[in-house]
Every structure is written in structure tokens, then in C-alpha cells.
Design a protein around this ligand. Structure first.
Ligand SMILES: N[C@@H](CCC[C@H](N)C(=O)O)C(=O)O
Length: 289
């Protein structure tokens, strides 16, 4: 099968974007994995697929596959690239679009400066919905919010806050994120048995009440240069523990994302950041995969 694609990036988190507004491509898990492969395919952290509106009041549906080929619920940086894509391709001229994602709906707004703001909805703290099985791991309460000690064998203990932004995140505070063993701990946290659907592992260094540095070892993709839902989860975890104010700049290895959260359980998290096309292309995807 020969398919056309657009390569995009948001704060260095990179994507292959596919247009299924006219017809489904019907790709298999292995074919998504092939597209994401940096040696044999195009190369990407995630594959984003644009589909037509599934219901009145919505403009599009947006489907996400990780580099390992698995479909996932949400992708914040991808959402910004999604709205840039549908506008650049003339699929809509609206500056605010409503989009169905696997776990609900999100609203995306193009700003006059070219950045995109995503209303990510309210964070989810209900463990069943994360999903998360605390299994007696609760170790402490910080500012009235429970934190959990995950045993990581020879790597010791990771003390994490757990939150879903539509997808699951475990966020720990570290002193120096640049030297922290993210690549060693990341896979152990991702696959910890307390997370039945695995988890994205966030490592945050607090610089001030309005600035953090963040690295994320993403479920199904490994460490990426930035993770939008990870940035939201880290700021929510930092606010819940009393360390951060309601508007925070998140410095990632690929750029800065601005996250706002008023701190009430039902307040939506707003994420603002860049969305940039990189190149257009086409590729033969093996049918036998
Ligand atoms: N890069 C994304 C998150 C993509 C999905 C994630 N790896 C998961 O499995 O939940 C972002 O910008 O949010």
C-alpha cells in the first residue's frame, strides 16, 4: 500500500499524520509500528489519524497510535499538531475546533501567534479510571494528596503522584532531571504491576513556583523530547502537592509548554505550545506486516 503523510512536531514530540477523512487506510498494529520506525519507516513518537466528525457538534475524530503500534487515549502535543494540520490542509477554517478522542472530547484553539491552546478537560484522580491499583502502596499524603512508593528492585523506590489526563501518568519529583536515571527507571515504572494498562513516567524538577523542568518516559514510545499530557499531569501533581502556582512554564528538551490549572477537581487543564509541520511525503507500507 502506498500512502501519503505529513511529518509534524510539537516541542520536539514528533508525529506522522494520516488523513482518513475520505477513506480508512485500515492499517494493522505492525503497519503503524513500521511507520514509526526511525530506520525502516518514516520515524515518529506517535501516528495521528484524522477522521471525519462522528457526531453533531464535533468537527473531527482524532486517533493516536504509539510507536509500538498500540492505540492510546490521548496525546497533548499531537492535539496541537492535529489542529494545525486540519487548518493547513483546508479541512476547516474554524479557529476553535471540537474533536473526539478515544476517552471523550477536547477543544483546540489556534492563537494569533501561531501557538495552539488545548482545553484538555479536568484531570482524573479516580484510581479505577486511571487505571491504578494502589495495592497498599500509599506511603504519605502531601498537602492532603496521596503519593505512592513504587518498588523498582535494585533501583530502589520511586515516590509518585498518580493522575490521568485521559491517559495514565505517574509523576515523581527529582532534584536534577538532567542527571536522573530516567532511561533506567522509565521502563520499570511504565510496566509496574500497579498500572494494568501501563503508565507514562514523568520526572519533574521544580525550578520555581511557576517553572519546572520535565522529562517523560512515555508508555509505548520511550523517552520523548516532550509530552503534552505529561506536562499537564506534572503541573497538576505539583499544584496538588502545594509546590506550584496555577500557571506554569514547563521546560522540556524540545521546548516550552505553558500549563494552566485553577486547582479545583472539575477545572479544565489548559495547555499552550507550538505545532510545526516538518515535511510531506509518501511511502510504501508492506502489505504483509
Ligand atoms: N506524546 C503524547 C502522549 C502520547 C501517548 C502516551 N505515550 C500514552 O501512551 O499515553 C503527549 O504529548 O501527550
Amino acid at each position: 500500500m502506498h500512502i501519503r503523510f505529513t511529518k509534524m512536531q510539537g516541542a520536539g514530540n514528533d508525529f506522522v499524520v494520516l488523513d482518513e477523512t475520505q477513506a480508512r487506510l485500515g492499517l494493522s498494529t505492525a503497519q503503524y509500528r513500521f511507520l514509526a520506525d526511525r530506520h525502516f519507516g518514516v520515524g515518529a513518537d506517535q501516528i495521528l489519524t484524522v477522521r471525519p466528525s462522528p457526531a453533531p457538534g464535533l468537527d473531527f475524530e482524532y486517533v493516536i497510535h504509539n510507536a509500538d503500534g498500540g492505540e492510546v487515549e490521548h496525546c497533548g502535543n499531537g492535539a496541537r499538531c492535529f489542529v494545525r494540520y486540519v487548518r493547513d490542509k483546508g479541512l476547516t477554517d474554524k479557529s476553535t475546533v471540537r474533536v473526539k478522542v478515544q476517552q471523550g472530547e477536547i477543544e483546540l484553539t489556534m492563537n494569533p501567534d501561531g501557538r495552539v491552546t488545548v482545553n484538555m478537560g479536568a484531570p482524573i484522580f479516580d484510581w479505577e479510571r486511571v487505571p491504578f491499583k494502589p495495592m497498599g502502596l500509599i506511603s504519605d499524603q502531601v498537602n492532603g494528596w496521596p503519593v505512592f512508593d513504587l518498588a523498582l528492585g535494585e533501583l530502589g523506590i520511586a515516590r509518585v503522584g498518580v493522575v490521568s489526563m485521559g491517559n495514565p501518568h505517574a509523576v515523581q519529583r527529582v532534584d536534577d532531571v538532567d542527571t536522573f536515571p530516567v532511561l533506567a527507571q522509565g521502563p520499570l515504572i511504565e510496566n509496574h504491576p500497579a498500572f494494568p494498562k501501563r503508565v507514562n513516567a514523568g520526572f519533574m524538577q521544580i525550578v520555581s513556583r511557576s517553572q519546572i523542568k520535565l522529562r517523560v518516559f512515555e508508555r509505548g514510545s520511550g523517552e520523548t523530547l516532550a509530552c503534552g499530557t505529561g506536562a499537564c499531569a506534572a503541573v497538576v501533581a505539583g499544584i496538588r502537592q502545594g509546590w506550584l502556582d496555577s500557571r506554569v512554564d514547563v521546560q522540556t528538551h524540545g521546548g516550552v509548554l505553558t500549563i494552566e490549572w485553577a486547582g479545583q477537581a472539575d477545572s479544565p487543564v489548559l495547555m499552550t505550545g507550538p505545532a510545526t509541520p516538518v515535511f510531506e511525503g509518501s511511502i510504501d507500507v508492506p502489505d504483509t506486516l
